[in-house]
Design a protein around this ligand. Structure first.
Ligand code: DGL
Length: 273
C-alpha cells in the first residue's frame, strides 16, 4: 500500500464527555494525530433513546463532520451507540473512512474473573441490546453475569467532569444490588462515562478486584488500522496538530467545560449546526 503523507485526522464521537476516556487512551498511544472530539449534547443522554433515534442521530452528525473535514477514521466512543450503529455507518460513510466501535469488554472480563461472577454496568440501552446478549453468549457462558442499566450514573459522571461533586449516596443507591454480592470480583464499565467515576465506584464496591473497560483495546485497534494504511506517526509532523471539540448545543457550565478542555488539550470549541 502507498504510504500516506499527512497526519491522520481522527473523529471521536459520544453523546457527552464520557468518550474522552477513550480519546485519552488513543491519544496516549498515538499522540501525533489530529483529533476532533464531538459530543451530541443536544441529544444527551442516549441511554433511553430508541435504537432508531440513535442510529439516525449518529449518522447525521458523523456525516456532517466528514463532509466538512478530511476525517480518516471515526471512533464511536459510546457503547450505547456502537451496539446498534456500526453497520449503518459502515454502509453510509465514504469507504476510505475506517470505523471503530466501543462495546462492553465482556470477553476480557470473563477471562480475568476468578469467581466467574461478573457485573455489567452500562446504560439502559446497552444492557438490553441483542449485541450485548450475543457477546455474553459467545464469551461468558461460564460466568454468572449481573447487569445494571442506569442513566443516572451517566449524568453523575458527566457533571463530575464539569466540576460538580459526586453524591456518593446516590451512586451507592444505583449499584445497591451489587453491594452485598461478595463473589462479584469483576465489573465491566460498559459505558464510556463510568471510568470517570473510578474512585467513587471502587470505594463502593471493595470486593471487586478488576474493573474492565474497552479504552485500551479501542486505542490498539485504531493504531492497527492506521498502520495498515501506512499513515505517518512521527513527531516532526506534529507542529500544526489540531485538537478541536465540537458540540451540538450550547454548553451549560462553560467554566467547568473550559477547564476540562484544557486538561484534555483541546484548543477550540466549535458548534455544529
Ligand atoms: N457514553 C455512552 C456510552 O458509552 C453513552 C451515555 C449516554 O448518553 O447515555 O454508552
Amino acid at each position: 500500500m502507498n504510504k500516506a503523507t499527512k497526519l491522520p485526522t481522527i473523529l471521536v464521537f459520544d453523546s457527552g464527555v464520557g468518550g474522552l476516556t477513550v480519546y485519552h487512551e488513543i491519544k496516549q498511544l498515538l499522540p501525533n494525530n489530529h483529533y476532533f472530539y464531538c459530543l451530541d449534547n443536544a441529544f444527551f443522554p442516549y441511554s433511553e433513546k430508541t435504537e432508531q433515534q440513535i442510529i439516525d442521530r449518529t449518522l447525521l452528525i458523523c456525516r456532517k463532520l466528514v463532509e466538512q473535514y478530511p476525517i480518516d477514521l471515526v471512533v464511536i466512543a459510546c457503547n450505547t451507540a456502537s451496539t446498534v450503529v456500526l453497520p449503518t455507518l459502515r454502509q453510509h460513510l465514504p469507504s476510505h473512512i475506517s470505523i471503530v466501535g466501543t462495546v462492553p469488554a465482556i470477553k476480557p472480563a470473563a477471562k480475568i474473573s476468578q469467581t466467574k461472577h461478573i457485573g455489567l454496568l452500562a446504560t439502559k440501552g446497552t444492557v438490553k441490546r441483542a449485541y450485548t446478549e450475543a457477546l455474553i453468549k459467545a464469551y461468558a457462558t461460564d460466568c454468572q453475569v449481573e447487569k445494571i442499566g442506569t442513566t443516572e450514573l451517566v449524568e453523575l459522571a458527566e457533571n463530575k467532569l464539569r466540576g460538580d461533586s459526586v453524591d456518593l449516596g446516590k451512586l451507592r443507591n444505583i449499584i445497591k444490588p451489587w453491594i452485598e454480592l461478595k463473589q462479584l470480583d469483576t465489573v465491566i464499565w460498559g459505558c464510556t462515562h463510568f471510568p470517570l467515576l473510578e474512585n467513587e465506584l471502587k470505594l463502593c464496591l471493595p470486593q471487586v478486584k478488576y474493573f474492565v473497560d474497552s479504552g485500551k483495546a479501542v486505542a490498539k485497534r485504531v493504531k492497527f488500522l492506521l498502520e495498515e494504511k501506512a499513515y505517518p506517526t512521527t513527531a516532526e509532523m506534529n507542529h500544526n496538530q489540531q485538537n478541536l471539540i465540537f458540540a451540538t448545543a450550547a454548553i451549560g457550565n462553560i467554566f467547568g467545560f473550559n477547564n476540562m478542555m484544557q486538561r484534555y488539550g483541546f484548543s477550540e470549541l466549535k458548534y455544529l449546526d
